[in-house]
Design a protein around this ligand. Structure first.
Ligand SMILES: *Cc1c(COP(=O)(O)O)cnc(C)c1O
Length: 347
């Protein structure tokens, strides 16, 4: 089966050269109590580029032959893949050109610049940047490195599943994965189903950027007219051909969540870890909470992928504001203050 081929690719992926230690799994104690399941967060926000994208990008680029390396590489990206490509290109001594939408958060643009890559800011969203990138590839000699629809990129992202299974002896019942183009989810679902098919794999999308959910329902890839850009890391109008095939076959379910639910999940992760995730990075937790309310998370440990933390500092105010909108499943009455010692103003 295809999942076994992908497992083989993931097992031989060259990722340890840039992510030498497994990223940590941190228990979210307060959230675990609230949902009644032990929830472990896979900290992909702690890679050298603060997202998992280095895995797939490095694995793909390391496999290029010398002539391809000499001609350079080009990639379209919503921002995090660009950092992965730029970082890998620097390590491997390759020229890289990154094409990103003009709406890309400054923190992502700046990181790409710092890695010494060339960049072009074009179009309003990822899909427009991708179209421009495809035009630039023609006659340029540069090798395109796709952000998700590439077997070696998918296999690189899938090493997250291998790590997680080693870290836990596969002792978990479910894993929650954010979906943009579907490379991360397609890779993780394939490896899980090849090794431990009893584990449930849930994909999570924002409800205004749900190309995978719609495509799976329709049985063919659906192109969205427009996508919400709040979770800019997953704002993709159309999923990949390879990623669609893998997700359709191996995902157990797709969950969609609102922007307010994403903000609330960012807060949950902060409360339990003091880490701040970007909106796409907190999707998995938002999906887990949604499932817990809707029909329950399978008994046993749940894993959620914290996929990234590249958020502009000046967005945090509005995220914090929206995080309060979602009821936390508790009484909405004013909290009791009887246990608080209120300092009296000195007279
Ligand atoms: C790219 C990205 C995703 C989604 O990965 P895909 O392979 O495109 O589905 C999720 N979260 C973050 C932070 C990302 O950068």
């Amino acid at each position: 089966m295809d999942c076994h081929r992908l497992l083989a690719q993931a097992l031989s992926a060259r990722v340890a050269e840039v992510v030498p230690e497994p990223t940590p799994l941190h228990e979210l104690r307060q959230l675990s109590e609230r949902v009644g399941r032990r929830v472990l967060l896979k900290r992909e926000d702690l890679t050298p580029i603060f997202s998992f994208k280095l895995r797939g990008a490095y694995n793909r680029i390391a496999l290029l032959d010398d002539e391809q390396k000499a001609r350079g590489i080009i990639a379209a990206s919503a921002g995090n893949h660009a950092q992965g490509v730029a970082y890998a290109a620097r390590v491997l001594g390759i020229d890289a050109l990154l094409v990103m939408p003009r709406t890309t958060p400054e923190i992502k643009v700046e990181a790409v610049r710092r890695h010494g890559a060339k960049l072009a800011l074009v179009g309003e969203d990822y899909s427009e940047a991708e179209a421009m990138c495809a035009r630039m590839v023609a006659n340029s000699g540069m090798t395109p490195i796709h952000a998700y629809d590439d077997r070696e990129v998918i296999a690189g992202q899938a090493t997250i599943a291998l790590e997680t299974m080693r870290q836990t002896a596969s002792d978990f019942a479910s894993i929650f994965v954010p979906i943009g183009g579907g490379g991360l989810a397609g890779g993780i679902a394939s490896v899980i189903k090849a090794v431990a098919p009893r584990i449930k794999v849930y994909g999570v999308e924002p409800d205004d950027s749900d190309a995978m959910s719609r495509s799976i329902r329709a049985g063919r890839r659906i192109a969205l007219e427009r996508v919400g850009s709040f979770a800019d890391g997953v704002a993709v109008r159309m999923v990949g051909e390879n990623t669609f095939a893998l997700c359709r076959k191996y995902l157990d379910e797709c969950i969609t969540v609102t922007v307010d639910e994403i903000c609330s999940a960012i807060k949950d992760v902060f409360v339990d870890t003091r880490a701040i995730l970007e909106p796409a990075g907190a999707l998995a937790i938002a999906g887990l909470k949604r499932l817990a309310r809707a029909c329950g998370v399978p008994a046993g440990t749940a894993i959620a992928i914290a996929s990234g933390a590249n958020v502009d500092f000046d967005r945090l105010g509005s995220i914090a504001e929206r995080s309060g909108v979602v009821a936390q499943g508790r009484s909405t009455a004013a909290p009791s203050t009887s246990h608080l010692i209120v300092a009296q103003p000195k007279s």
